[in-house]
Design a protein around this ligand. Structure first.
Ligand SMILES: [Zn+2]
Length: 361
């Protein structure tokens, strides 16, 4: 299974493989380097952009990885494998890959940025009052586990169950993972200011997409969906032309939430795909989030708790923290060969469909 070499164990390795594959495919490269932060091995961190096809193409498919740092490992492998598949592009069409939207989280193997910020909640207007999330306020004491053990976790999940029974699934999802701007040491924290990665993303969109008139954007994630399957999250409104394009290009499952492991999705604020569309008012935009499924939702909720515990409580118990970290990493980046094969096969297909979609009339 030689193609599994598309996967990497470190950000530096993934970055090198991506850059090499882009060069070999004949793509042009640009890089937006983080001015302050470094990876755990002292390596530089950057958002790298590859452009395959004409730089001034009217039709552009963008595929982004690593909005949630660690989720960039499978995303990066999908990008590299596609570049190595010797793709042929239709006329006036380009494929642009954004490698590592959040390179700090990618390198440090966590979903969040150097400021514990969920980049996919950070694209809000910080000149206005920050969005309130009263439900999160209520859940935070249960989320902020001090001592990581099964009894403490059971208590936290009992609190979640009680809250859910009272407010319903949708309000629970909004509270838990819709995004919150009040607890810098919490989960799904949207930040108090735009992150460096937010600015880098905006700069890259402006530099590479300002001339395109028809643009599709696939943002690659992991963690929502059944094991070995990908699921689509389409946020275009019901009945909109963009939603119909997503349906035509990727099929009914692109819009019907097939396989989604959340009973109700939260209403998210400050997402990358929303910012992307707002920045390109001149273009027809079709955007979709693709999630590679890993574990059932309770296990992913546990991973969210682990992420916070590792960062804020873990330094008091480095041995346990290393163990919790292994569990956390496996939830977002499974080592399983079959899972990795599925990522490569499925991503090749939906990226090809995206290319066919933007080049259809
Ligand atoms: Zn994600």
């Amino acid at each position: 299974m030689a193609e599994l070499t598309a996967f990497s164990d470190s950000y530096a390795e993934a970055r090198k493989k991506f850059v090499d594959a882009a060069r070999r495919a004949g793509a042009k490269l640009a890089s937006y380097q983080h001015p302050g932060e470094r990876g755990p091995g002292g390596e530089a961190l950057a958002l790298d952009v590859s452009v395959l096809g004409p730089g001034n193409a009217a039709r552009v498919l963008v595929v982004g990885s690593g909005t949630h740092g660690i989720e960039g490992y499978p995303g990066s492998a999908a990008q590299r494998a596609w570049l190595r598949s010797r793709p042929r592009l239709p006329k006036d069409t380009a494929v642009v890959f954004f490698h590592a939207h959040n390179p700090w989280g990618f390198a440090h193997k966590t979903r969040v940025t150097e400021e514990n910020v969920d980049l996919n909640r950070n694209f809000i207007d910080f000149s206005k009052p920050l969005p309130a999330n009263a439900g999160y306020e209520e859940l935070h004491p249960a989320i902020a586990i001090r001592d990581w053990n099964e009894a403490a976790l059971a208590e936290t999940f009992a609190s979640f169950d009680a809250y859910r029974a009272r407010v319903g699934e949708k309000a629970f999802s909004d509270a838990f993972n819709g995004g919150q701007y009040s607890h810098a040491d919490g989960i799904f924290y949207g930040g108090a200011r735009p992150q460096w990665a937010n600015g880098a993303f905006r700069a890259a969109v402006q530099a590479h997409l300002g001339r395109a008139s028809r643009v599709a954007f696939i943002d690659l994630h992991t963690g929502i969906g059944p094991w070995c399957e990908h699921v689509y999250l389409c946020f275009h409104p019901e009945g909109s032309p963009a939603r119909e394009r997503a349906r035509a290009w990727w099929g009914e499952r692109a819009v019907n939430l097939q396989g989604v492991t959340h009973k109700k999705l939260a209403t998210y604020s400050g997402t990358v795909i929303d910012a992307f569309a707002e920045m390109l008012p001149q273009a027809e935009i079709t955007s979709i989030v693709v999630e590679f499924g890993t574990l059932p939702r309770p296990a992913m909720q546990r991973a969210s708790l682990a992420q916070r515990w590792i960062r804020f409580e873990g330094p008091r118990d480095p041995v346990l923290a290393a163990q919790v970290r292994r569990e956390y990493e496996a939830a977002f980046y499974p080592a399983d060969r079959e899972w990795r094969q599925a990522v490569l096969a499925q991503s090749k297909e939906f990226i090809d469909r995206g290319v066919a979609g933007i080049s259809s009339s």
